[in-house]
Design a protein around this ligand. Structure first.
Ligand code: HEC
Ligand code: HEC
Length: 255
């Protein structure tokens, strides 16, 4: 029996690819990069650099987030998903990078920062209000809306399917002589929408099913700018509730 011709080539390719694998950064690094920067140098004022930091220090911080002795909602959600082995590997990886590579500032935006969600064009058509909150101090009235698909799923006790849209609208409150609150001018729109495939670009530790997120100014200008990983991380622990904090209110409104 003769070996098929391309086999040596194939073997060479396999060897080459396993060599690359051995040197490749750990898979979970993609999640960290969404907030800490592609090379561990962050552009956000409240997110620390990881590149070049001492490995023992990084390990201790990750363990503290896991244990809850260091408190931060975003890092709590991420650290909860790391095994002791992940912590070791990630601390070693970030520690091995140069502290402030010149190229860091020019890195393209991380896929998790890119949202596919647009402000629903015909809003409030097709939406149902399911919750209303007053902020006495800020004189803000917050109305939460969901589309029919989300309402119907909540009514049936089912997970919210792709096609669900939730929109929170913050209004300046108009308060009449009797002290009744009415929505005045829009302050901003804050939304989440699930569509098939939208979760694919987001690293698994940050992924909330297929939800993407959005914030818009009153005139519809997007205001999310690189914030989406924060939305994802903070809503992540609500996975059993379709990543929705106000699911109980949504179910209640559906009845
Ligand atoms: C959603 C954004 C986000 C993601 C994703 C994220 N982090 Fe963080 N991380 C933060 C923020 C914000 C802080 C600052 C927390 C604080 O103020 O205490 C932080 C702090 C840290 C610290 C403490 C650093 C120091 O100097 O004290 C470590 C270590 C860390 N992150 C590691 C990681 C690793 C490893 C990953 C990936 C598995 C990751 N982070 C993913 C937002 C994020
Ligand atoms: C620090 C945690 C945290 C972050 C970060 C966060 N959220 Fe939320 N989100 C909440 C909580 C808690 C609620 C429940 C309502 C409330 O308490 O204000 C909520 C409610 C919502 C709702 C109504 C549906 C629901 O889940 O109840 C939408 C829509 C929403 N957030 C969008 C966003 C967007 C967009 C971002 C990013 C710009 C974001 N959230 C970032 C914690 C967070």
């Amino acid at each position: 029996m003769r070996l098929p011709r391309p086999l040596p080539l194939l073997l060479a390719a396999l060897v080459a690819s396993s060599a690359t694998l051995a040197e490749a950064p750990p898979a979970k690094v993609a999640t960290c990069q969404a907030c800490h920067g592609a090379e561990g140098v962050s552009s956000a004022p409240d997110i620390p650099n990881l590149a070049g930091q001492k490995a023992v220090y990084l390990t201790r911080q990750l363990e503290a987030f896991k244990a809850g002795t260091r408190k931060n909602d975003l890092m709590a959600a991420i650290a909860a998903q790391l095994t002791p082995d992940d912590v070791k590997v990630l601390a070693a990886y970030w520690s091995s990078l140069p502290p402030a590579p010149a190229a860091a500032a020019a890195a393209p935006p991380h896929a998790a920062t890119v949202s596919a969600m647009a402000l629903p064009r015909d809003f409030p058509k097709g939406f149902v209000e399911y919750q209303r909150e007053q902020d006495e101090a800020a004189k803000t009235l917050t109305l939460r809306y969901a589309n029919r698909l989300a309402i119907d799923a909540a009514r049936g006790g089912k997970p919210l399917p792709d096609g669900s849209v939730l929109l929170t609208v913050n209004y300046v409150a108009q308060i009449d002589d009797q002290g009744h609150w009415k929505p005045g001018a829009v302050k901003n729109y804050v939304g989440m929408e699930s569509r098939a495939g939208w979760g694919d670009a987001i690293p698994p530790l940050l992924r909330n099913g297929n939800w993407n997120y959005g914030v818009w100014a009153p005139d519809g200008t997007p205001r999310l700018a690189l914030q989406q990983p924060r939305c994802l991380a903070c809503h992540q622990p609500k996975s059993a509730d379709s990543y929705v904090f106000t699911l109980a209110a949504l179910k209640g409104a559906a009845h």
